[in-house]
Design a protein around this ligand. Structure first.
Ligand code: ADP
Ligand code: MG
Length: 572
């Protein structure tokens, strides 16, 4: 994270040329904008503690006190002038901004719409210096008591601008915005203490101890341990953060929080990275959440495109997107594997435990799943002590690890397995298996269009389909392992084409093809399974990178804990 710091420069007026390059704008729209300007100044000043006190939703009073570097006595009045800043050097300033502020407009814009008092003291000074300002009037500096640091008090916001007041919501709604913004900001500065008070009541207090957990809990309503830590780095781009565990998601993108170089962005810049990383973890129409901190060399970001600076332009947007997506993907896969291990506790089997099932001691060869299981592949690894009991309702596999009841959705689990095998096949460029007798089929014109659009991706996955007259095609090869003899379901092209759109925007073309292929070539709910088939299913699932969810984001395994069972029996 970029450490906020006050540049060791005096406050001065920007030259007209620089002013001309700045994206000007009305900065103060509502009480939360005042808090934003003042808190950003405190962070730029290297504050370790920032206390925000609000009355009447911020319309009556907002006070922000910090223990940062302070403003020298002789510069307090200058700080209130428009375009007065200590943060931009003369030349090349706008191309390498590392502070949150840089336009010199914050304090002036606040003072323009509210009675403002700035009181500040730097180390070495005996006493603080205060200046009152309102509108164009900036008063004479006067001595005031106060510690090192800065305190800005803002009263009667928009008192002289009734038109502005008319746009505001109720005080409590305005306060909610303040609280949301501040608690979000607190995520990015865990070493800085933040307190917020409204009408004399403490709303939150985050200690300056670097511990993100209380802040995550406050921002997302989820304990920090429940989130997945992300960390990645690739040439000059670093990403860190906490993101939601697979399967936990929200109805919209609002809780996808992004900081670039310590600056909170509203921009959708990285929504593609979120979608890509969670591709097969999240159901269509649901969104993961979390907070990402991206650090990029300052000269690759242009923060100067929006008056509230909430959009930045990234010079290498695609590259940043890829680094962030890969870091999230790696973290999610690790988390999913860990979750499976917790779902099925993988203690080595006690020796001589004849009840622990092995894939080879079943009454039938595990053949419904094709020949995917290389008998030797898992031989070195200890098999899970997951005892399979039965198939339930021809849909679920009932098992236990000795602690909990474990239920596996046979279709979802098998879909996940085949999906990952298709992906691996493509990486290894395994050609499809030619069919002895090509299968010819006809499609409707709309299906033909869908098919044409995805034929290349299908071929890449081993499903080779050739045109065979008008609206007719033939399958000449199928993906290895999906259409084996035995009890494997023959690939159902019609159903595949019908379901092709279902995967929706969450999956790109190739993944949609794989997900669809997986869905239409595996055991369904309703297919009977023999014992050995169930055991093999679990073994293969265990080898998946993302074992906990099917490609459409539905869970593959659920665990019924003893507590939950005890409650059913009214023991708890
Ligand atoms: P900007 O933040 O863009 O520089 P502002 O009007 O917000 O413009 O602030 C003007 C100047 O006043 C800053 O550059 C900084 O030198 C000084 N300043 C404002 N707030 C603080 C603070 N809390 N602590 C120390 N210096 C401050
Ligand atoms: Mg500022």
């Amino acid at each position: 994270m970029v450490t906020a710091k006050r540049a060791a420069m005096a406050i001065r007026l920007l030259d007209p040329a620089t002013i001309g390059q700045i994206a000007a704008g009305e900065v103060i729209e509502r009480p939360a904008s005042v808090v934003k300007e003042l808190v950003e100044n405190a962070l730029d000043a290297g504050a370790q503690r920032i206390a925000v006190r609000v009355r009447g939703g911020g319309l009556e009073e907002i006070e922000v006190a910090d223990d940062g570097t302070g403003i020298p006595a002789g510069e307090v009045a200058t700080a209130l002038l428009r375009h007065a800043t200590s943060k931009l050097p003369d030349a090349g300033g706008l191309t390498a901004v590392v502070t949150l502020g840089f336009r010199g407009e914050g304090l002036a814009s606040v003072a323009a719409v509210a009675r403002t008092t700035v009181s500040s003291r730097v180390a070495g000074e005996e006493i603080a210096t205060a200046v009152d300002a309102f509108g164009e009037d900036i008063g004479m500096p006067y001595p005031a008591p106060g510690p090192v640091g800065t305190r800005v008090a803002v009263r009667d916001l928009f008192a002289g601008v009734p038109a502005r007041r008319a746009y505001l919501r109720t005080p409590s709604a305005e306060f909610t915005r303040i609280a949301q913004w501040l608690s979000t900001m607190a995520l990015a500065y865990p070493e800085v203490g933040f307190t917020l008070e409204h009408d004399g009541r403490r709303v939150f207090a985050f200690a300056p101890d670097g511990d993100p957990a209380p802040r995550l809990r406050h921002a997302f309503g989820v304990p920090g341990e429940g989130m997945v830590a992300v960390r990645g780095e690739s040439d000059r781009i670093a990403v860190e953060g906490w993101i939601s565990p697979p399967g936990d998601d929200r109805p919209d993108r609002r809780a996808q929080i992004l900081f670039v170089n310590g600056r909170l962005l509203r921009s959708n810049l990285l929504s593609g990275a979120w979608t890509g990383a969670y591709r097969t973890f999240t159901m269509t129409g649901r969104y993961p959440y979390g907070v990402l901190f991206v650090d990029i060399a300052p000269d690759e970001v242009d923060p100067n495109v929006h008056p509230t600076k909430s959009d930045v332009r990234l010079r290498f947007g695609e590259r940043v997107n890829a680094v962030v997506r890969d870091a999230m993907g790696t973290a999610l896969r690790a988390a999913a594997t860990a979750r499976l291990e917790r779902a099925i506790s993988f203690a080595p089997p006690p020796s001589g435990d004849i009840a622990a099932p092995r894939p080879t001691d079943g009454e039938a060869e595990p053949n419904w799943s094709g020949s995917l299981v290389d008998a030797d592949a898992g031989a070195g690894a200890a098999p899970p002590v997951l005892r399979v009991f039965a198939q339930v309702d021809r849909t679920f596999v009932l098992a236990t690890d000795g602690e909990a009841v474990v239920l596996i959705d046979q279709h979802a689990a098998h879909e996940r397995i085949v999906y990952e095998e298709l992906m691996t096949n493509v990486e290894r460029v395994v050609p499809g298996e030619p069919l002895l007798v090509p299968h010819t089929f006809e499609v409707r014109p709309d299906q033909a269009r869908a098919l044409e659009a995805s034929r290349e991706a299908l071929v890449a996955s081993g499903l080779v389909i050739e045109p065979f007259g008008e609206c007719a095609y033939r399958i000449v090869a199928t993906p290895a392992h999906t259409t084996h003899a035995g009890r494997t379901r023959a690939f159902d092209i019609a159903e595949f084409l019908d379901g092709f759109d279902d995967d929706g925007p969450a999956l790109d073309a190739r993944h949609a093809v794989w997900a669809s292929l997986a869905c239409h070539s595996v055991a369904r709910a309703g297919d009977p399974l023999v014992y050995a088939e169930m055991v093999t299913l679990l073994e293969r699932l265990q080898r998946c990178a993302n074992p906990m969810h099917c490609p459409h984001g539905r869970p593959t395994i659920v665990r019924l804990e003893p507590d939950a069972i005890a409650r059913l029996f009214k023991r708890l």
